[in-house]
Design a protein around this ligand. Structure first.
Ligand SMILES: *Cc1c(COP(=O)(O)O)cnc(C)c1O
Length: 401
């Protein structure tokens, strides 16, 4: 893993007097170094465990830029450097999945006897990290209402060490008041972490809001093509040594092919997200006018309860949102989803293709009630022409009757 100042984007060395570059420009150049790789535009896939040293003195003195595959690799370093730039943090660590990034970060921050505050709308597999694994280590978790805001202070205990956020929730789309939660936690020296997979650093930069640790399931928009699992952990200067230490101690690394694919995804992420955003908004607006639909859970729609906070804090919205149908029996919902031709039925999201998924948060929530008033379906709007997606949904909704 690479600290912010390490490694070389060609960008790093030039133009100190120019105004700051747009994020969309930075992600094109950061972490690439054509001069180092005979002019090739991309950092190549470097496979390797053993790294040879010229002399015993070099071996024992660790004088080389790399010492062992798990401890540093040019392909991984290129991606880490680019992501550190995009996140505005002190360093980035890559993990084998988004879920492992959540687990690794929590393990790095928490000690036996500590108390964790975890948002009730979190990606549901992240709950078991708390209720099964952290609990086994003597770390207690309290789940909290995503809309709690500054009220989070009322849940602080003597031993509260960390607050974990995910905004918006990736099924139910509550938007958290991140600045209010960070302000409350700061005053007590409590670490803040945020799963930022929905927005990516292009639409929300957690470190700019004082969040200590920013996590992404790189599986989603970073990869962008539904062909890899990857997690990223970005930390500010205060938390980076702790993340870096735990990462090394636990022997974490990722395959160079996966890092290569993620770096390749990063170069086009701004244009892909822009298209996801526009198409998702168009489909969401169309759905909100449909008689079969009770509500559309999309933070960029003015009627969404989290819209004001979203507008205040975010630079954009991505391709994932949910709809609540007017009450119909489950077989009707299944017939609607089964009839869709352009929306695949499957987990995950963030790829080029559209997806649909029925869901029910009431089966796992503990701090809040989930009673949306009808069957819930999550949609990922891919890069297809939105008119085709709307036509597909229109044919599908007819099956509800
Ligand atoms: C998908 C997802 C994860 C987990 O990523 P994996 O690579 O599938 O482990 C974590 N958080 C959020 C918000 C996600 O959507």
């Amino acid at each position: 893993m690479a600290g912010h100042s390490q490694g070389g984007g060609g960008d790093e060395n030039r133009g100190h007097n120019r105004p700051p570059l747009a994020a969309a420009t930075e992600i094109i150049n950061a972490g690439r170094d054509p001069d180092r790789f005979d002019g090739f535009v991309n950092v190549p896939v470097v496979r390797g465990s053993t790294v040879l040293s010229p002399t015993v003195a070099d071996l024992e003195g660790h004088t080389g830029r790399y010492t062992y595959g798990r401890r540093g690799n040019p392909t991984l370093e290129g991606l880490e450097t680019a992501l550190a730039k995009a996140e505005g943090g002190a360093g980035v660590a890559l993990t084998p999945s988004g879920l492992s990034a959540v687990g690794m970060a929590l393990l790095a921050v928490l000690d036996a006897g500590d108390h964790l505050l975890m948002v009730d709308s979190v990606y549901s597999p992240s709950r078991r990290i708390c209720t099964a694994q952290l609990r086994r280590l003597g770390i207690a978790t309290t789940f909290y209402d995503p809309l709690i805001g500054a009220g989070i202070a009322g849940l602080f205990r003597e031993n509260t060490k960390a607050v974990f956020m995910e905004s918006p929730g990736s099924q139910s789309f509550e938007v958290q008041d991140v600045p209010a939660i960070v302000a409350a936690a700061r005053g007590r020296g409590i670490t803040t972490l945020l799963d930022n997979t929905w927005a990516t650093p292009l639409f929300f930069r957690p470190h700019d809001f004082g969040v200590d640790v920013s996590i992404q399931a790189g599986t989603k928009y970073l990869g962008g093509h539904s062909d890899l699992n990857l997690g990223t952990i970005s930390a500010n200067a205060a938390l980076w040594p702790r993340i870096k230490g735990a990462y090394g101690d636990l022997g974490m690394t990722v395959a160079p092919e996966d890092a290569f694919l993620a770096a390749r995804g990063l170069r086009t992420m701004a244009v892909r997200l822009e298209r996801h955003q526009q198409s998702a908004l168009r489909v969401a607006q169309w759905l909100s006018a449909r008689p079969e639909v009770l509500s559309v859970l999309h933070p960029a729609l003015p009627e969404h309860p989290g819209h004001a906070i979203w507008k205040r804090d975010f630079k954009g919205s991505s391709g994932l949102f949910s709809i609540i149908l007017k009450p119909v029996p489950k077989p009707a919902v299944d017939a609607f989803l089964d009839s869709l031709e352009l929306f695949g039925l499957g987990y995950s999201w963030g790829g080029f293709e559209s997806l649909a998924l029925p869901f029910d948060c009431s089966t796992y929530r503990t701090a809040t009630q989930w009673a949306p008033g009808g069957p819930a379906v999550r949609l990922h709007i891919g890069l297809e022409d939105p008119a085709d997606l709307i036509a597909d949904l229109e044919r599908g909704l007819a099956k509800l009757a």
